[in-house]
Design a protein around this ligand. Sequence first.
Ligand SMILES: Cc1cc2nc3c(=O)[nH]c(=O)nc-3n(C[C@H](O)[C@H](O)[C@H](O)COP(=O)(O)OP(=O)(O)OC[C@H]3O[C@@H](n4cnc5c(N)ncnc54)[C@H](O)[C@@H]3O)c2cc1C
Length: 386
Amino acid sequence: MPSNEQLELQALARDFATSELRPHSASWDEARTLGDEVFAKLSESGFMGMLVPEAYGGLGFDLLTYLLVLEEIAWGDAAVGLSVAIHNGPVVDLILRHGTEEQKREWLPRLASGATLGAFALSEPDSGSDPGSLSTAATPDGDGWRLDGEKRWVTNGGRAGLILLFARTSENGLGLFLVPRDADGYEIGASEKTLGLRASETVPVTLNAVRVESGALVGEAGSGLRYALEALDLGRIGIAVQAVGIGRAAMEHAAGYALERQQFSQPIARFGAIQAKLADMAQRLAGGRALAHVAASAWEAARSGNGPRQGLEGVTAKAAVAKLAASEAASWSADEAIQIYGGYGYMKHYPVEKLLRDAKGTEIYEGTNEILRRVIAGEILRDAGV
Ligand SMILES: Cc1cc2nc3c(=O)[nH]c(=O)nc-3n(C[C@H](O)[C@H](O)[C@H](O)COP(=O)(O)OP(=O)(O)OC[C@H]3O[C@@H](n4cnc5c(N)ncnc54)[C@H](O)[C@@H]3O)c2cc1C
């Protein structure tokens, strides 16, 4: 159960989402950009440094507190939720876990204050679900590295000052690099025109003989795939609550509409069919949230060396279960919310069609639901060697 202090922080985040995100969400979606102002406000509030320890200028939240806040932010606007989740999650965690003290001191205070936005660049045109096959090359070059290749769908990529980028350092191994946006040869393409999360500024990137110093390599060359998969455990728990936030928004809109809309001389909320939809939304979303919070405990335990990563009780399976359940709950809830709105739900003028478009993304990024099922089944069948 969250403590009183955690509930107060959640309430603050809800107020922030209500006043700073909700009113702009539709226009950001239409404009296909978030603009600068919301990032300034997120920075002022400290929400860009939730998982950065206080020693490096962050709020030093535990994972549950972070998830409570992130759900509210995603409830306010899903694209902001995604941006905040990637910045606070995989980006910060990779530096905290594997960075040298010098790398932490250089980047964590800037990430925590929001002066620098972080991005995570793993996917490529020919490598998505199978990141071990990626082909961006990191070639030793004097006392540093030269990076050549292409990245796809880099969230935050349009405005990120720091990109956590994975590249092949040997035939069998990947490395993780800290690439500043202004590196020569780092070329950012035009924002993709996406179905949902249209304000999120997802970009392709080309690396054309980008030169980075040896100090840009994080951890060991060759261990990058393991680092990426570990970071995705945290990323998936964050996306699970992002999905719950989107689904909850859909449920609340649908409940409000059902109370107002009259048919057969009464509010449609009186009809059992409508009530069943609302009840099932609440049930599925609560399940997704609970699984995310359970996964957070497993993540904290594994992080402090007191819990496993592997096995059904391990953080990898629990994170996959949480994102799978929550993303499907969100898409289902948004779909049913449109149904409750009837013809109006299908119209852009009403908020629920956007929520279905946004929710769909949570079934794809940071591991598709097919891959998550594979991860979970792999843990169930591990001992059988299947
Ligand atoms: C909005 C958005 C934001 C994103 N942000 C980022 C980001 O910030 N950084 C980043 O690195 N990437 C990002 N991605 C990329 C995302 O992580 C990939 O799209 C995702 O991992 C799937 O890869 P893919 O698109 O290449 O699909 P593919 O891997 O080509 O898969 C295609 C289909 O085949 C299925 N499939 C593949 N392998 C298997 C298998 N073994 N068993 C069963 N089914 C399988 C998949 O589930 C899918 O249905 C983003 C994507 C989107 C849509």
